[in-house]
Design a protein around this ligand. Structure first.
Ligand code: NAP
Length: 258
């Protein structure tokens, strides 16, 4: 068996790396932060409202022996995002990984969907990803390395009744990922997307029981995914082992979107 020196049997190594993760106070973002920290990465993460959960996450990460700090910042605000990224670079030094994970849903059929709910979902999920990518872009170019991991969704691949706003944002993220991969490939910066299926978090806990049952029955593996399923894929994409993968979309969905 091949052992990697430094951190026992861990397959991937992120010691000395710093990651910015958006929306990591809970859910998938938090699981990615914990996984990266377990592999040695320092973590700067963003959340928008729940200060208590963010403080808990920060304490859990710090207890793992890495530098970790949560920042309240709305990714849909470009000026605020740029200012925060500059502050993080100042405080943490080089940033190596950006995970664009922050996301929201405002579901309804188009007939009943408020225009504000369309705009809001695009603004957080899609424009937020653009804002953060633009904010770190020059830093990655100058350092001639960087990893961008965007959390899309299988809904961006297959669509969903009642989620036209969310599907548009998540499909847009895939287009953006491929564009960034082409823009920054020559600078040794990779950009990839993960398309999760049906993962157990606050987001899916809030779904009506009938919708949850329907979603479950459409998964060949007959179970919801865990946040760790997504975190493990993000860790691979962040690792040296994934250095020649760019512009890719990896479905982590138990076969839901086959
Ligand atoms: P979640 O449990 O609802 O957590 C969302 C996170 O995003 C929270 O940390 C929240 O911060 C943060 N956030 C929301 N709006 C923000 C903003 N404007 N600026 C900064 N942070 C913001 O969601 P999740 O289920 O973990 O989903 C994470 C990502 O995976 C999302 O992009 C989602 O679309 C995607 N995804 C999820 C599933 C699934 O089945 N769960 C499937 C496919 C894709 P606060 O705690 O401060 O509110």
């Amino acid at each position: 068996m091949l052992l990697i020196e430094g951190r026992g049997n861990d397959m991937f190594e992120l010691t000395g790396k710093t990651a910015i993760i958006t929306g990591a106070s809970r859910g998938i973002g938090k699981a990615i932060a914990l996984k990266f920290a377990s592999l040695g990465a320092n973590i700067a993460f963003m959340h928008v409202g729940d200060g208590e959960k963010a403080a808990e996450t920060e304490a859990e990460l710090t207890a793992m022996g890495v530098k970790a700090k949560g920042f309240e910042c709305d990714v849909s605000d470009y000026e605020a995002s740029q200012k925060l990224v500059d502050e993080i670079i100042e405080e943490f030094g080089e940033v190596h990984i950006l995970v664009n994970n922050a996301g929201i849903v405002r579901d309804n059929l188009i007939l009943s969907m408020k225009v504000e709910d369309f705009d809001k979902v695009i603004s957080v999920n899609l424009k937020g990803t653009f804002n953060m990518t633009k904010s770190i872009y020059k830093h990655f170019m100058r350092k001639r390395r960087g990893r961008i991991i965007n959390i899309s969704s299988i809904i961006g691949l297959v669509g969903n009744a009642g989620q036209a706003n969310y599907a548009s944002a998540k499909a847009g993220i895939i287009g953006m990922t491929k564009s960034v991969a082409k823009e920054l490939g020559s600078r040794n910066v990779t950009a990839n997307a993960i398309a999760p299926g049906f993962i157990k978090t606050d987001m899916t806990d809030s779904m009506p029981e009938k919708a949850r049952e329907a979603a479950l029955s459409s998964i060949p593996m007959k179970r919801m995914g865990t946040v760790e399923d997504i975190a493990n894929t993000a860790a691979f994409l962040a690792s040296d082992e994934a250095s020649y993968i760019t512009g890719e979309v990896i479905r982590v969905d138990g076969g839901m979107a086959i």
